[in-house]
Design a protein around this ligand. Structure first.
Ligand SMILES: [Zn+2]
Ligand SMILES: [Zn+2]
Length: 230
């Protein structure tokens, strides 16, 4: 099913409404759209988002399948996420993301850090991703390992093997994110070889971005046609 399972609306940092994103998805020929917004534990809009997406699921039934999710970031190296668990079962899926890498000594590594110790960043990242894979609240690992790119930390074969092993045991879905072009080829190849379930998302924050990424979404569906796509 031609799907884009990662689109942000005005509920968080997108610039279009959920309905505008759905209308654009229909005109682009998508069969399923995932409405996802960045959430924090105390986000006051979360219940409104859930109500809105439920209403839109009904409104567009038979035209396009609408699914809903929340994207929550890792807060700690143990993989705890920024999500209120009472929303957990009110959406179709939770995207667990590493945005800033949590640090075991400070709160997070930051882009403005001067020359952070890359081996320490890597160690804390490994611990965080392992924690996310063990976290029952997470269904989909968002943009896998995109957060390492800014530190120019490559994924070696041994790490990829280990992540696939843990990924398979966890039963979690890994996102193929066409905006950030992750997972990198070697990682994606191993996820496929291990039969790990995959989702495809654009991480669009507007209808203009949906249009921009639709070619990549279609191309990725063709490429992964024989894979374990959700
Ligand atoms: Zn994200
Ligand atoms: Zn996102």
């Amino acid at each position: 099913m031609l799907s884009d399972l990662h689109n942000h609306s005005i509920f968080s940092d997108g610039i279009n409404t959920c309905e505008e994103l759905i209308e654009q998805a229909i005109s682009l020929g998508l069969q399923r759209i995932g409405l996802v917004d960045h959430v924090w534990r105390n986000s006051e809009w979360a219940l409104d988002f859930i109500e809105t997406t439920n209403r839109l699921k009904e409104k567009y039934e038979g035209i396009i399948q609408v699914v809903s999710g929340l994207e929550a970031k890792a807060l700690t190296c143990t993989g705890e996420i920024d999500l209120n668990d009472k929303w957990r079962d009110k959406v179709d899926y939770i995207l667990g993301a590493i945005h800033r890498i949590p640090s075991s000594s400070n709160q997070f590594y930051s882009k403005s850090d001067k020359l952070p110790d890359r081996s320490k960043v890597y160690e804390d990242w490994m611990s965080t991703i392992q924690g996310l894979l063990k976290n029952d609240m997470v269904d989909i690992v968002a943009h896998p390992a995109a957060e390492l790119i800014q530190y120019q930390i490559p994924l070696d074969d041994e790490t990829i093997k280990m992540l696939c092993h843990l990924g398979k045991a966890s039963g979690k879905v890994f996102e193929v994110n066409v905006k950030y072009k992750v997972p990198v080829q070697a990682y994606l190849d191993q996820l496929i070889a291990n039969g790990i379930p995959l989702s495809i998302g654009s991480d669009s924050h507007s209808t203009a971005q949906q249009k921009l990424y639709i070619k990549d979404i279609i191309a990725m569906h063709k490429r992964l046609a024989s894979c374990n796509l959700i």
